[in-house]
Design a protein around this ligand. Structure first.
Ligand code: WQD
Length: 351
């Protein structure tokens, strides 16, 4: 059984990916210092899979502590590196925190991967590397524009660091560019756990609908789009998770022709903010309290993926519709309330 180290394994996408890896025969260990996550989510992973996951509560910016994980697990075959800060807004306020955390942790992981001859590496990247694209949908070859936030810059730089690192090693890497991950595992045992007030659209919708937030804002309705609100490519987190399993299998089967390949993970369909709100109201039966507010600095007008490459090479076909995404997100929010917010993260509000 191949053992995979999942960094950021207590995070939203990390936990969903661990479920998919286990269901596809992998053995998994997690490394997550829980600075922005809650290891209680691994109890949810165990409810779904029956497997208890070991989490190393380690700051990956500390090389010796990171190295110790590999010493204790010499049978690690591959790494999926999620661990990073990811709040666009916070990165604008604290750019150096983002460069220090996101890049130092990546460099330490890559140094250990080299020391321990790890052959396979999957890097969690983001559509934010495209900046404000001139044309959509974007393919993996679409030229990158300047990122719109320091968070996006850390993803652009992170990709370049991986590309250069694998050039002088025997490791093979895949960069996965997520569009907008949303929704929750259908069991409602795991889901998104925003720290503080949610910055992302779907948790803002569900927290407003359940009454955690009194009102939400549509951040701009004067964009040059069909209804004036921004367009994004929302993709179910379980589809994103399965893409990681397929990427690892692709590497393990040595199907990759180059030492570093890139794949867009989106549905290739764009929805506006107002369309998402309308679909949520339709599926949940809840009338959402929102108002039209000013544009949010750093938002791109519209972006969605051309996902042909992931379909052709990885055999990846998104299974979940926008309705499924919103139904599972709402089911998770209702479960959190029923569990009296069991997992609510006690971290300071990151507003
Ligand atoms: C989507 C749209 C907002 C909240 C970011 C990162 C990306 C990925 C996902 C990590 C925008 C609007 C939002 C609200 C709103 N992160 N919105 N009211 O900014 O597209 O992507 O998160 O992997 O890398 O860049 O996602 O959900 O924040 O915003 O109107 O309360 O919803 O203005 O148009 P975004 P988002």
């Amino acid at each position: 059984m191949k053992k995979i180290l999942v960094t950021g394994g207590c995070g939203y996408i990390g936990a969903h990916t661990i479920v998919d890896l286990i269901e596809n025969g992998f053995d998994v260990v997690s490394a997550d210092n829980n600075s922005r996550s809650n290891d209680g989510i691994l109890a949810g992973v165990e409810k779904i899979t029956g497997k208890a996951i070991k989490n190393y509560k380690v700051d990956l910016c500390i090389y010796d502590d990171t190295y110790a994980i590999f010493q204790e697990n010499p049978d690690i075959n591959g790494i999926i590196h999620f661990a990073a800060y990811k709040s666009v807004g916070e990165s604008v306020e604290k750019p150096l925190l983002y460069f220090e955390n996101n890049l130092n942790s990546l460099i330490n992981i890559l140094k250990c991967a080299d020391e321990f001859n790890i052959a396979h590496f999957v890097f969690s990247s983001s559509c934010t590397v495209y900046g404000n694209p001139d044309e959509i949908p974007v393919t993996e070859e679409t030229p990158q524009k300047p990122a719109v936030s320091p968070y996006g810059v850390t993803k652009q730089m992170g990709e370049q660091i991986v590309v250069e690192a694998v050039k002088c090693s025997d490791m093979q890497a895949i960069l996965l560019r997520y569009f907008n991950p949303v929704g929750a595992h259908p069991s409602a045992h795991i889901g998104e756990l925003p720290v503080g007030k949610p910055g992302n659209l779907v948790p803002a919708i569900t927290q407003t609908a359940i009454g955690k937030l009194p009102m939400m804002q549509v951040m701009g309705a004067d964009y040059p789009t069909k209804d004036g609100s921004c367009i994004r490519d929302y993709i179910h987190v379980c589809d994103i998770a399965h893409a990681h399993t397929l990427a690892l299998n692709y590497l393990l089967a040595q199907k990759q022709k180059t030492n570093c390949d890139i794949f867009n993970l989106g549905t290739s369909t764009g929805y506006s903010v107002l369309e998402v709100i309308k679909e949520f109201e339709r599926t949940s039966g809840v009338k959402l309290k929102y108002r039209i507010g000013p544009r949010r600095p750093g938002d791109v007008t519209a972006i969605f993926a051309n996902n042909d490459k992931a379909k052709a090479s990885l055999g990846w076909i998104p299974q979940f519709s926008l309705t499924d995404m919103l139904v599972t997100a709402w089911k998770w929010e209702l479960q959190l309330k029923a569990d009296d917010n069991l997992f609510t993260n006690q971290n300071a509000d990151l507003n």
